[in-house]
Ligand binder design. Sequence first.
Ligand SMILES: C[S@@+](CC[C@H](N)C(=O)[O-])C[C@H]1O[C@@H](n2cnc3c(N)ncnc32)[C@H](O)[C@@H]1O
Length: 280
Amino acid sequence: MPKFINKLHLGDTLEILKKIPSNYIDLGITSPPYNKKEKNNGWLVDKVIYDKFKDTLPEKKYQQNQIKVLNEIYRITKNGGSFFYNHKLRWEKGNMLHPMDWLRSTKWHIRQEIIWDRTIAGNIRGWRFWQVEERIYWLYKPIDNNKIGKELASKDAKMTSIWRNPPENKNPHPAPFPLWLPIRIILSMLKEDSASVVLDPYVGSGTTCVAAKLLGFNYIGIDVSKNYIKYAQDRIANAANEQSKLNKEKELHTVHKTFKQRKINGEHKPKHTNGDLFYE
Ligand SMILES: C[S@@+](CC[C@H](N)C(=O)[O-])C[C@H]1O[C@@H](n2cnc3c(N)ncnc32)[C@H](O)[C@@H]1O
């Protein structure tokens, strides 16, 4: 087994990425630290405090680092591969900081902006409406400069660009993914080729790797915290315990009746819900 695969690597993301050969991974999913300065700046929030790491870089330095990390990931991704980058809008002294501010300076082709409606967030403040959503950027590495490439299967393309689901709360990590999120992405992107490799460069509690393992794919995880890596390793070893969440998400990618059949039967609902609508 090649030395990076099916392992979690302890250290700084950028430094470890530099050691990985080019054109090595098929898909990546991550939520980086958001550079939220560890301030207690909302009415409901506790600070998000990480083990072994302070989320307090000067914003310019943070964005420059994210550009370097994303460009290294571009290098190690195969042509036709994708990277899903979860981030959010932030404000510094009232000025909005938007992920597009640095994403447009990377080598990636920005394919789609997905809204993750978490339905709740700690940072309620009176000078703006309650910000309950985050963003997920689908970044694409074209083949021969073709920015469209292969299309999603219709069972996956029926997902809308708004993903509504609350965050994970039974996890000791301060900012984990809910498991359905990487499962949805992997299910939609990778097709039964167990040699495919999924990367999470800020792996935290290991959610992306658990999803990859449950779906029969290889994974690579990176994190700066020994404690998170240890927790993630145990979780990956016991991934089968989380199988029921996989089944739940798989059901949303199943077609019971096509859009056409619903329309003929007068059952078509114009409302978009996560699994209730189908186009064909
Ligand atoms: C938002 S969390 C990711 C959580 C993950 N998605 C999960 O499901 O648990 C970001 C992670 O990045 C790690 N981290 C922060 N700076 C890092 C760096 N320079 N290199 C590697 N990991 C880093 C933190 O330890 C933290 O676990």
